[in-house]
Design a protein around this ligand. Sequence first.
Ligand code: DHB
Length: 390
Amino acid sequence: MRTQVGIIGAGPAGLLLSHLLHLEGIESVVIESRSRVEIEATIRAGVLEQGTMDLLSKCGLGERMRREGALHRGFELAFEGGRHRIDLTELTGHAITVYAQHEVIKDLVAARVAAGSEPVFSVSDTSLDGLESERPSIRYTCDGEEHVLECDHIVGCDGFHGPSRAAIPEHLRSEYQRIYPFGWFGILVEAPPSSEELIYARHDRGFALISTRSPGVQRMYFQCDPSGSVENWSDDRIWSELHARVEAKDGWKLTEGKIFQKNIVGMRSFVCSTMRHGKLFLAGDAAHIVPPTGAKGMNLAVNDVRILSEAFKLLYATGSEAKLDAYPDDALKRVWRAEHFSWWMTSMLHRFDDATPFQQQLQVAELKYVASSRAASTALAENYVGMLAS
Ligand code: DHB
């Protein structure tokens, strides 16, 4: 088998890249280790930046997002018993849409299927060969049969643990990492929204976030021990933690409901700045991870493949590799801005067990500044909606 662009991984990066290439008349094949059912059911974050919304709309994938997603023009910061609104639209002219990542995945898979280019699901033993030659290839097993896919280029969109980044010799990789000493406990709840907008709360007991999925389903998170187990968290214990962390002095109460999904995610910041090795390019979580605070992960993946699709368009139209050569530097500008923003939001809002009383007061001082200064809240809002100056 032969294709122009071989794509490993059917997450938002791989599927969107395949779609954007298809619109330019460029052939690609996407392979994925999980099944279609699994990728369409994996619960991840749900905030789309303005630029992500605009790109999905422009490439014909925005219809369900606009209909079923919720446009948010602001969010709230809760700390010290008070709540403070960050008016995104007033401060930046932009907004965000809350629309779950797995809904984006469903829309993308449907588009690939409609184009007659369904990803190859449930593959195993994926390996990459000839990355520094003119004939790179991907080897994988599907239905017990071994396949070799020859490509002009390979794009690794296979997440943090996938084989693509690992195929770059370690001594050639520049990597930067920070692991946080806490995780997020996430729940899905059958309940009406408690608040019209998202609430990011800093509390002495730890961070909490109230988000939404639909008029009948809410998404909530709270900081937890990353090595803990969901079995140790009864519904009662979860609710008492959330009530304690998000309720302010104004009498507002969080609405409870039936919890139907629980998960714990670890938190890390990670960048592999070696986003190209010969004919291999890395995109999305394969190259960089942000902690979830601020929900930048999928938006970064979308930006990577936007740049890559333009680079392949130039290559196949003119033979010029100029944009492919520029890809790592172009993508990394936004990656590092979002790395800083996500680290900053995480640092400002979470409880650090080893923080001194002095450091805790600094955290509160920073939040008060962000909430009261137009300049500081504009900086937060610009980053949140994704006007990430490089
Ligand atoms: C959600 C996740 C985030 O990390 C965030 O900052 C906001 C919302 C969510 O899943 O809804």
